[in-house]
Write a protein that binds this ligand. Structure first.
Ligand SMILES: [Zn+2]
Length: 218
């Protein structure tokens, strides 16, 4: 899953407007940001196998640190702790919302992945394989994204930029599902993923103009 993860960013922002939207954009993809870095470092492994699912050509055969259940829980707890170190984010409510945003990545990935997500280390792999059904995967991810965005838009005072941003995410989703060619290598997909996560977090920063003032309120 890709843009669907951002549903949880919008939901988190609706629940606690004090948390910058860009931070929640990083949080929901934190596990994948680490995955891309670990792939580049050779710590986790992926190979490109066109047709391995109807939607994604990634054979994610070794990712014990980022996409195991134990790993995801660990990264989520780390996010909670880091929030307590940042004055503007201190507090159990903000901490748990950011931690849940991080953990939501694993839950949503579980829906779409092949059984390649381990319980711990590289064993007891799980995944409901929705990626085998391209249209169903497309629709479910779109509904998830728009559901979270609607939660935030209902509460947001300035809807213009957020609406534009949601439209951009829908376009990315259509392109990613139907037009994105199989990447040439594991390093290429890792770098592409990192670039998308960075650019979308920057657009989230642009789209959420309230955050600059919120971020500096105690
Ligand atoms: Zn993932």
């Amino acid at each position: 899953m890709f843009v669907g993860h951002y549903s949880m960013s919008f939901a988190g922002k609706a629940a606690e407007p004090r948390i910058p939207l860009w931070l929640l954009f990083i949080a929901v993809q934190f596990v994948d940001v680490l995955w891309a870095i670990f792939v580049l470092l050779g710590i986790e492994k992926v190979r490109i196998v066109p047709g391995i699912t109807a939607t994604s050509p990634l054979d994610l055969y070794y990712m014990p640190y980022t996409h195991s259940l134990v790993g995801a829980i660990g990264w989520s707890l780390l996010a909670f702790v880091v929030c307590q170190l940042v004055p503007n984010l201190r507090g159990s409510r903000t901490g748990w919302i950011v931690a849940l945003a991080v953990f939501s990545h694993w839950v949503l990935d579980l829906l779409v992945h092949r059984p390649d997500m381990p319980l711990y280390d590289s064993t007891f792999k799980m995944g409901f394989s929705l990626w085998n059904y391209r249209i169903a995967a497309f629709v479910v991810e779109l509904v998830v994204l728009l559901g979270g965005a609607a939660l935030y838009l209902r509460a947001a005072s300035r809807k213009g930029r957020i609406s534009t941003f949601v439209l951009i995410l829908v376009v990315v989703h259509v392109y990613g599902t139907f037009f994105f060619p199989p990447p040439p290598s594991d390093r290429a997909i890792a770098l592409t993923a990192l670039s998308f996560y960075t650019v979308l977090a920057l657009i989230a920063w642009w789209a959420d103009p309230g955050q600059q003032t919120n971020a500096y309120q105690s």
